[in-house]
Design a protein around this ligand. Structure first.
Ligand SMILES: N[C@@H](CCC(=O)N[C@@H](CS)C(=O)NCC(=O)O)C(=O)O
Length: 232
């Protein structure tokens, strides 16, 4: 059976990581049986990040290579029914949320001083007291450097949030009155877009992107629809 190696759940989300939620969604969309192996240390993943899967003696890291593995090994077409232009739009939306909105989320969780104490408690609260704050501070420093390297961390907080607001608005506008991003049925893009939306709106952090998402009833209903279909 496929092993899905991912973080433990947090904040009432199926997972603290949008990429781990994506990997699990892909398994569910493909109706592949799997078991979850929860680990807290991403360094144990083959690429030093999570999610990863083990399948047939192979270990595969990165949600996008996991998706490709399911497509090649099991013949799954996550974009079934879509034409080539629609597939291109689906691809672009997935890349937008994964390569940009994700970093707004990272800033919101790890760097915003109002949210950091809650994150520290949720992610590091299980560690022994003497090292808890030290380890949390070291990882926060690593995340800050990663944000700077990406470029997102070079913007002012209101600029970062403005980018997230624009992303939420674009998703809501494109979704319009469709049940799923690309139409009547879920496709691969939903495995990328829903996790980011859920990670912004479900945890107890107020932010301009969250406020923007909540302003769009269709986006809120979409998140609820995905949740009840796959994680009820
Ligand atoms: N491109 C990767 C991104 C995975 C990723 O960024 N995972 C984060 C959690 S959301 C992680 O494991 N970070 C640990 C680290 O950077 O040390 C994917 O699609 O799986």
């Amino acid at each position: 059976m496929i092993k899905l190696i991912q973080f433990p759940p947090a904040f009432g989300l199926p997972n603290s990581s949008p990429f781990c939620i994506k990997a699990e969604l892909l398994l569910k969309m493909a109706s592949l049986p799997y078991e979850i192996v929860p680990i807290s240390d991403p360094r144990k993943g083959p690429k030093g990040k999570l999610p990863a899967i083990e399948d047939g003696g192979k270990t595969i890291g990165d949600s996008e290579f996991i998706r490709r593995h399911f497509e090649h090994a099991y013949g799954v077409d996550f974009d079934k029914g879509l034409g080539s232009a629609e597939r291109a739009v689906a691809h672009a939306f997935a890349r937008a949320v994964e390569e940009r909105t994700y970093w707004v989320l990272v800033y919101d969780r790890w760097i915003n001083d109002r949210h950091w104490p809650t994150i520290r408690k949720e992610f590091f609260g299980g560690m022994p007291a003497p090292i808890r704050n030290l380890v949390a501070g070291m990882i926060r420093g690593k995340v800050r450097r990663a944000l700077h390297g990406h470029g997102m961390g070079r913007h002012a907080p209101d600029e970062i949030y403005a980018l997230g607001v624009a992303d939420m608005r674009a998703i809501a506008d494109f979704l319009a009155d469709k049940p799923f991003l690309m139409g009547a049925e879920p496709t691969g893009a939903d495995a990328s877009v829903y996790p980011i939306v859920a990670c912004l709106i479900d945890p107890p952090f107020d932010s301009p992107p969250k406020a923007e998402a909540l302003r769009h009833a269709n986006l809120v209903a979409y998140a609820a629809r995905m949740r009840s279909r796959y994680f009820a």
